[in-house]
Design a protein around this ligand. Structure first.
Ligand SMILES: Nc1nc2c(ncn2[C@@H]2O[C@H](COP(=O)(O)OP(=O)(O)OP(=O)(O)O)[C@@H](O)[C@H]2O)c(=O)[nH]1
Length: 398
């Protein structure tokens, strides 16, 4: 079938531009870094489109203009895509490396195209630069904290591998074919195939990038839905999930799980005195005090207004009581400065330990809550352990 490199290039230019517009249109909303990466990817597509446009308009361009301009745009687009992908994955951007690859690649291609023309070496040089860029992408995909099952990861890794194969085939064909094309514009089946396949890459890479973008948003939403916006600790949903995991773990290793339910005393009066904003600052400071007494394996979450839960793996009831007393003492002995006034906050704590093999998170939290209720009733600023009779009574009250 007769084909024209110019026509193929024009189709790729239009396709890349359309993709750039689509991706740009999708950059509204979404969290900061992911949105910026999508914009960068859209920008790369626009630059790539201009590169294809130059190839399509080769009849009106001087060969040196086409060579230097086309390769500059191509290398720039590759570099921008690498940085966009790494940004989306939260990996170090390595933009200096990317810039150096682009500049060295472009200078080499220019030298081998204008000063000492050698088509095969020029393609090899340009391909080497693009291969390093692809390597940076694959490295980010392999180490970027994506789940192994991530579809976007698989799709993009496959695309990168195909790009490598295409470059290897292109160079192999130039070095080992008996009758290789003398330049990209020559009407030749290998050239048609190369231009056609490289022209399809922006489409497939963009689909992979969008898949990755959507996975990233889902992951961020999942995390956001599990964090308490004020204090940054786990919220009720996340804490219940973690408690269930820790209980299963405790059952597996045959060790108890300590649970503390902590509630600030007379917090309403704090709000009345300092306003809601001042109360929020006190809650933040309270989390800081509690955290200061915890071990790395302990987990803290906020399950209500001024109510927190601490999960302590491998902790018996006795040890949980010791930990609770340490928290109570730390809070009592740490005066808080709110709007220039010193505030002496205290907490009441209910302590319980999930027996090895226990799986009922709700029941465990109810027991801790009953112990907390008892600590409040007994005068506040104290620690109480759950006892069965107390729990029975508390549950019949609620
Ligand atoms: N500043 C602030 N206050 C909150 C927040 N969530 C709940 N509160 C307040 O916490 C107070 C809790 O009051 P109560 O349940 O009566 O308890 P308390 O005054 O601490 O009394 P005891 O728990 O019985 O010692 C209420 O005034 C709520 O408005 C919050 O996110 N920020």
């Amino acid at each position: 079938m007769p084909m024209h490199i110019e026509t193929l290039s024009l189709i790729s230019a239009i396709q890349s531009l359309a993709l750039a517009v689509l991706l740009w249109a999708g950059t509204h909303g979404g969290p900061g870094a992911a949105r910026t990466s999508l914009k960068l990817r859209a920008g790369a597509l626009a630059v790539e489109s201009a590169g294809w446009g130059m190839l399509a308009a080769q009849a009106w361009l001087h060969p040196a203009q086409l060579l230097l301009g086309g390769n500059a745009l191509n290398l720039l687009a590759q570099g921008m895509s690498v940085v966009a992908l790494r940004m989306l994955l939260g990996e170090p951007l390595r933009w200096r490396v990317v810039l150096a690859i682009g500049v060295v690649g472009w200078l080499g291609v220019g030298w081998l195209g204008v000063v000492e023309p050698d088509y095969r070496l020029r393609v090899l040089w340009g391909s080497a630069a693009i291969l390093v860029d692809i390597g940076l992408r694959m490295q980010a995909l392999l180490h970027g904290g994506l789940r192994r099952s991530s579809r976007a990861r698989v799709a993009l890794l496959a695309m990168c591998s195909l790009s490598v194969l295409l470059l290897l085939w292109r160079n192999g064909q130039l070095w080992f074919d008996l009758n290789p094309p003398a330049n990209i514009m020559q009407p030749d089946t290998a050239n048609y195939l190369y231009v056609l396949l490289s022209g399809m890459q922006p489409l497939f890479l963009s689909i992979g990038f969008l898949l990755l973008y959507s996975e990233t948003l889902q992951r961020e939403l999942h995390l956001l839905a599990r964090v308490d916006a004020l204090t940054g600790v786990k919220n009720r949903l996340a804490l219940t999930e973690t408690a269930a995991q820790l209980l299963s773990q405790a059952a597996r290793v045959g060790r108890p799980l300590g649970v503390l339910m902590i509630d600030a005393d007379h917090f309403k009066s704090v709000n009345d005195r300092f306003g809601h904003g001042g109360g929020d600052k006190v809650l933040l400071a309270l989390v800081g005090s509690i955290r200061a007494t915890l071990r790395a394996s302990n987990v803290i979450g906020r399950i209500g207004g001024e109510e927190f839960v601490v999960l302590a793996p491998d902790t018996s009831l006795d040890d949980a009581l010791v930990l609770a007393e340490r928290i109570r003492e730390t809070v009592e002995c740490t005066p808080l400065l709110v709007d220039g006034h010193l505030l002496q906050l205290t907490v009441s704590i209910g302590a319980v330990a999930g027996a090895p093999g226990e799986h009922d998170v709700k029941g465990l939290l109810q027991r801790a809550d009953a112990a907390l209720y008892a600590a409040k009733r007994a005068g506040r600023n104290r620690v109480m352990a759950a006892d069965p009779e107390l729990v029975r009574r508390a549950l019949s009250v609620s």
